[in-house]
Structures are given as C-alpha cells and as structure tokens.
Design a protein around this ligand. Structure first.
Ligand SMILES: Cc1cc2nc3c(=O)[nH]c(=O)nc-3n(C[C@H](O)[C@H](O)[C@H](O)COP(=O)(O)OP(=O)(O)OC[C@H]3O[C@@H](n4cnc5c(N)ncnc54)[C@H](O)[C@@H]3O)c2cc1C
Length: 240
C-alpha cells in the first residue's frame, strides 16, 4: 500500500507534502490554506480542494463553521473494527498448497476468522525461502468485540480456524498483530442519504470535492477509480 502511494507521488510534477498540519481552510476566490511545517506557517491559494480523510475525521478539518457543520453530517457513517494477525510458518508446516490469493469465510461456516490472505503466494518476496506468510482478518461487523479482546484469545481462535482450513503442523516462526477501531465503512441500508448529502455539499461549494472509500466502495481498485474520476472532474471544471 505504501509503495503505491509513493510511486504515484514520485510521478507528479509538484512534490506532495505530507506530515504537515493544516491550520485553516477558507474559501475566498480560491481556497486559502494555511499550514504548519516544523513550526513554520505557510499559506497558498488553490483552485480545488479534495478531502480524502475517513468520514469521521471530516469535522476535525479546520474549515469555516458553515462547511464544518455540513461535513459533520457525514461523520456518523459507521465503520467496523478489524484486527489482523500475521503469521510466518515454515512451508512444510502447512499442509494446504496455498495455491491462490486466500480464503474468505462466509458467516454460515461459524468460524472466527473473516478471511486469510496467502500473502507470500501473492508477493513471494514477503517471506524467506522455505517459509510462508499468512494474513488473517478478524472482527468486522460480524464479531467486532473480538478486535479488542486479549491477544492470546485472538491468537487461539485464529490458529484453531487456520488449522481446520489449512492443516498446521508446527508453531509460527513470526507473528505480528495490528488493529484499527474504525477500519471499514459500512454501506448499510440508508447509506444513499449520505451520498445525497455529499452531492449537496459539493454543489453548495463548487471546487470542493469529497472523496474516499465511504463514497464509492472500499476496494483499493474502487478507490483508485474514484480518485481518477475526481481528478477528471476537477480538470474539466478548472478548464471551463
Ligand atoms: C485491514 C484492512 C484490510 C483491507 N484489505 C483490502 C484488500 O485486501 N483489498 C482491497 O481492495 N481493499 C482492502 N481494504 C480496503 C482498502 O484498503 C481501503 O478501503 C482503502 O485503502 C481506503 O482508501 P482511502 O484513501 O479512502 O482511505 P485511507 O487509505 O484510510 O486514507 C485516509 C487518510 O486520511 C488520513 N487522515 C485521517 N484523519 C485525518 C485528519 N484529521 N487530518 C488529516 N489526515 C487524516 C489518514 O491518515 C489516511 O492517510 C482493507 C482495509 C483494511 C482496513
């Protein structure tokens, strides 16, 4: 995920600035933005402004009161938590050939894991010779409480499920866990009202564009297409 963003950034003519704190966003003729970098304030005007933070972060952005209030309407979009457990095993300790992308587990299977990516089958360089890397997801909308349960408990449930599905003969030689409390936006019944709000906010504030996975879909491919479509809209609006 990191290399994708870094590669896109390298191909742009203007350097992308990260690690800055935006302190003010005001719509004048253009978008006047003030930001802080290493304690030093900078100011510049921009033709267009795109927000790509998660919906729950929108009210934190330093817009004027009117726009902040509009954006606050999107903050209740629900996000589910996800915990990922990453295991490295010796290749011969897994019976399954791991000849695919991974597994998705439907609810009716009554398992604890949501799915497992065969990470080293997709990216062979992610594990040393003779080893495999498996990335397992738990929590989500189905069992959100698991995400904050003790790590030993998560580990036990996951290894048990992986054993049933893949046949594990030995202990992992590598382990890491991460979790996100607000990981994945949910397109629940009624999500359309948020999409209508986004349309209204954008039409009330021409040259403000709202983008991100809660608008068009969570898959990375969808996010990329949405980004391209936003860029295309901006190009057309600016040239007209
Ligand atoms: C655990 C997990 C596994 C996934 N696996 C897959 C997969 O296998 N395949 C797939 O297609 N998709 C997968 N997804 C979904 C996909 O990764 C995301 O939907 C997608 O990356 C979201 O892109 P985005 O640009 O909308 O948001 P993000 O990538 O979340 O970017 C939002 C950015 O906003 C920044 N931000 C937040 N608050 C503020 C603030 N107040 N001020 C400034 N910046 C802020 C964040 O730091 C972040 O950089 C997965 C998601 C998760 C959580």
């Amino acid at each position: 995920m990191g290399s994708l963003g870094e590669t896109i950034a390298l191909r742009l003519n203007n350097p992308v600035q990260t690690g800055i704190e935006i302190t003010s966003i005001v719509k004048k003729d253009k978008w006047n933005i003030i930001w802080k970098r290493n304690g030093e304030l900078k100011e510049e005007n921009f033709d267009a402004l795109v927000t790509t933070t998660p919906a729950h972060s929108l009210p934190l952005l330093p817009f004027d009161k009117k726009i902040s209030l509009s954006l606050k309407q999107l903050a209740p979009i629900p996000y589910t938590p996800v915990s990922i457990l990453i295991y490295g095993f010796k290749r011969d300790h897994i019976q399954h050939p791991l000849d695919g992308y991974g597994i998705l587990v439907p609810e009716k299977e009554n398992m604890n894991i949501l799915g497992t990516l065969f990470t080293s089958s997709v990216f062979p360089s992610h594990s040393p010779e003779g080893h495999v890397l498996l990335t397992t997801f738990i929590g989500g909308a189905r069992q959100s409480d698991l995400v904050t349960s003790p790590l030993d408990h998560q580990n036990l449930l996951v290894i048990n499920d992986l054993n049933q599905l893949l046949g594990i003969k030995g202990d992992p030689v590598y382990f890491k866990q991460f979790h996100w409390l607000n990981a994945i936006p949910q397109f629940n019944i009624g999500h359309n009202r948020y999409l209508e709000m986004i349309k209204k906010i954008e039409s009330d504030n021409p040259t403000l564009y709202i983008s991100g996975n809660y608008c068009t879909g969570v898959a990375v491919g969808k996010c990329l297409l949405a980004g391209l479509s936003t860029a295309e809209k901006i190009k057309q609006n600016i040239s007209s």
